[in-house]
Ligand binder design. Structure first.
Ligand code: NAI
Length: 325
């Protein structure tokens, strides 16, 4: 039997947590022969609910679940963590501006970045899901100077998966026939879903669809606004699909991306496509537990304007939390 992997999950008593933990414990994230220890963090008032979730995890008798830790202390939950899924965040309350949300969450990710720096495995792979995910990942990364900055990522995979299905439905193919989509930028309504390098059954997706009106008035806004559409329909934000995207993100990062395809991850920008000092959505391939950004894609003026707009929003978010770094 392999040595168990320690997976820390924050906000473990929340909606996404409830969809996420059971799949991690079942082997969906790291494979059917990889035992896991779940290290669950939530705030003190949520601990009774967390205990209920742990009771249910126990009741599944998952063969791969080698242990469970529950705590309201990040230093306990992150101890020796190999993977950290930072899901817990303050939701936007009534009358709260975006700036207030940045501030409230900034404080959380400062503390969690410091705790990861102190106690997590030196190779910990961090995925930030809690919004604003890209900027929260940036804050955690900056507060963890002893860890590799490349190991701090933000979740763009839900946007990526949403876009895959939109293209598959438009072209009448199975979702597995759509490849090389990219969501550039921020996990927000400024994100830019790009089909110009995407392929449908090996053909260029933009050329095959050949419909600028659909692209600009349907596809891009549908993907950008999907989160809001789900809140409107369900009365709650996307949870099962978000958990699924987190599983996909980590599975590909650890076990690799399929040949001939790429995925989108929010990763530190170091000059790629002209952006730096941000956590930006890029197309990446993963191999041997490391991701690499796809370089040298040709960017049209149409794409560039949208990629720049999202980078601008990210730099404004970064400037708003500067005092927390
Ligand atoms: P939820 O409100 O159901 O659960 C959040 C949990 O986090 C609660 O149990 C809460 O007690 C906990 N929490 C709050 N502050 C914490 C802290 N300092 N430390 C540890 N735990 C803390 O929310 P849900 O639906 O599970 O969503 C979680 C986050 O994920 C939200 O910020 C949401 O906006 C974001 N999200 C991100 C997506 C993405 O694609 N990046 C997609 C969907 C949601």
């Amino acid at each position: 039997m392999k040595k168990p992997v320690r997976v820390a999950v924050t906000g473990a008593a929340g909606q996404i947590g409830y969809s996420l933990l059971f799949r991690i414990a079942s082997g969906a994230m790291l494979g059917p022969d990889q035992p896991v220890i779940l290290q669950l963090l939530d705030i003190t008032p949520s601990l009774p609910a967390l205990n209920g979730v742990v009771m249910e995890l126990d009741d599944c008798a998952f063969p791969l679940l080698a242990g469970i830790v529950q705590s309201d202390d990040p230093k306990v939950a992150f101890k020796d963590a190999d993977i950290a899924l930072l899901v817990g965040a303050r939701p936007r309350g009534p009358g709260m501006e975006r700036k207030d949300l940045l501030e409230a969450n900034g404080a959380i990710f400062t503390i969690q970045g410091k705790a990861l720096n102190e106690v997590a495995s030196r190779d910990v792979k961090v995925l930030v899901v809690g919004n604003p995910a890209n900027t929260n990942a940036y804050i955690a990364m900056k507060n963890a100077p002893d860890l590799n900055p490349a190991n701090f990522t933000a979740m763009m995979r839900l946007d990526h998966n949403r876009a895959l299905t939109q293209v598959a439905q438009k072209t009448g193919v199975a979702v597995t026939e759509v490849k090389k989509l990219t969501i550039w930028g921020n996990h927000s309504s400024t994100q830019y879903p790009d089909i110009f390098h995407a392929e449908v059954k090996g053909q260029n997706a933009a050329q095959l669809i050949n419909n600028q009106q659909w692209l600009e008035s349907e596809f891009i806004p549908t993907v950008q606004q999907r989160g809001a559409a789900i809140i409107k329909a369900r009365g709650l934000s996307s949870a099962a699909s978000a958990a699924n995207a987190a599983i996909d993100h980590i599975r590909n990062w650890v076990l690799g991306t399929p040949e001939g395809d790429w995925v989108t991850m929010g990763v530190p920008a170091n000059g790629e496509y002209g952006y730096s000092d941000l956590i930006y959505g890029y197309p990446v391939t993963c191999k041997d537990g490391k991701y690499s950004i796809i370089q040298g894609l040709e960017i049209s003026e149409f794409s560039r304007a949208r990629m720049d707009a999202s980078a601008k929003e990210l730099s404004e978010e970064r400037d708003a939390i500067k005092h927390l770094l």
